[in-house]
Write a protein that binds this ligand. Structure first.
Ligand code: SF4
Length: 322
């Protein structure tokens, strides 16, 4: 198994309160798999990816849970072990390239840093010429035209699509085994989204990488993943093969999520899901979806549902199936 997450809890402390965001997340992933994580904005998807890399902000804490990446216990690993993982095993494409790239440094300086970090792992100190050659190579691998000009540019001088390609290039430098893609087409012109997705898909296949794609766009998840998890308010609600999950959702939340997605073939706009995500400062004691669920029973408000396996590949966390 490449990655195994169990009972993962993540909290954020604000001035007065503790926000209980992840609430016992589980996930399994084999080498070579393409996993999707779907859910609405604010459900904890980005927090989950950042926890895998242990790059959470300082006001966060992980009161419970385990993350096992290959033989490494991520939550107990030393800084040296984590650096090795971040340098050459797991890469991440961040959601907003304008926020992820440093606005006051040219692209070349930011790329050189990542490449140098990688070289340092083998104890070598590359010259400027070597860094430049590598940087050109990675920009060419993501099909960026005129890479010399891109290297000499500041992030604001590039279009959204070009910045995202730079982010993909940077992530690929570290992703020896696993690529985490956090909403990789957010903030990109809709005409370019398909190109970016195809590019990621091509590079992932060429390099034999495993991927976790986080998105609220169900079409993208269908196209690019083999298995998917549904995350709602920090809890995994359902897990199945992607086609099965989207075509035959079993959990009430997944069902509403799928039916509210706009479809080209339909003249109607989906109705959406009534209500909003719970307040993470005092989330519901039982099922976190209970305040919005049309099937909620008394028990749902008090007891957190257990995982129920409908078959070897389809798991639901809902009292209706226990
Ligand atoms: Fe709805 Fe209860 Fe199932 Fe939660 S556990 S999704 S509230 S039926």
């Amino acid at each position: 198994m490449l990655l195994r997450i169990d009972d993962l809890h993540v909290h954020y402390k604000s001035y007065w309160y503790v926000n209980q965001v992840l609430n016992g997340v589980w996930l399994r992933m084999d080498e070579g798999e393409r996993i999707g994580i779907v859910g609405e904005t604010g459900s904890g998807k980005t927090t989950l990816l950042k926890t895998i890399l242990r790059i959470l902000p300082q006001n966060s804490s992980i009161p419970r849970g385990t993350i096992k990446y290959r033989e490494i216990d991520i939550l107990k690993a030393s800084e040296a072990e984590l650096s090795k993982v971040r340098r050459s095993e797991i890469g991440m494409i961040f959601q907003d390239p304008m926020a992820a790239l440093n606005p006051v440094f040219k692209i070349k300086d930011q790329l050189y840093d990542v490449i140098k970090y990688k070289f340092l792992a083998d104890g070598s100190n590359p010259s400027k010429a070597v860094l430049h050659e590598h940087a050109l190579g990675v920009l060419e691998s993501v099909s960026l035209p005129d890479p010399e000009r891109v290297l000499e540019s500041f992030p604001f001088q590039l279009s959204g699509g070009m910045r995202q390609r730079v982010m993909i290039a940077m992530a690929l430098l570290s992703a020896g085994k696993l690529l985490l893609a956090d909403e990789p087409t957010t903030n990109i012109d809709v005409t370019l989204q398909d190109q970016i997705l195809r590019l990621i898909d091509k590079l992932v296949k060429q390099r034999g990488l495993s991927t976790i794609l986080v998105s609220h766009a169900l079409g993208m998840v269908r196209q690019m993943t083999d298995r998917a998890y549904v995350l709602y308010a920090g809890d995994i609600m359902e897990e199945a093969r992607t086609g099965e999950l989207l075509d035959h959702p079993k959990h009430p939340y997944t069902d509403l999520l799928v039916s509210s997605a706009p479809k080209i073939s339909s003249r109607r706009i989906g109705e959406g899901i009534r209500g909003k995500l719970p307040d993470y400062r005092s989330p519901p004691a039982g099922c976190r979806f209970a305040p919005r669920c049309p099937y909620a029973m008394d028990k749902c408000h008090k007891v957190k549902p257990k995982r129920t396996a409908l078959n070897a590949e389809h798991v639901v966390a809902c009292h209706l199936y226990e």
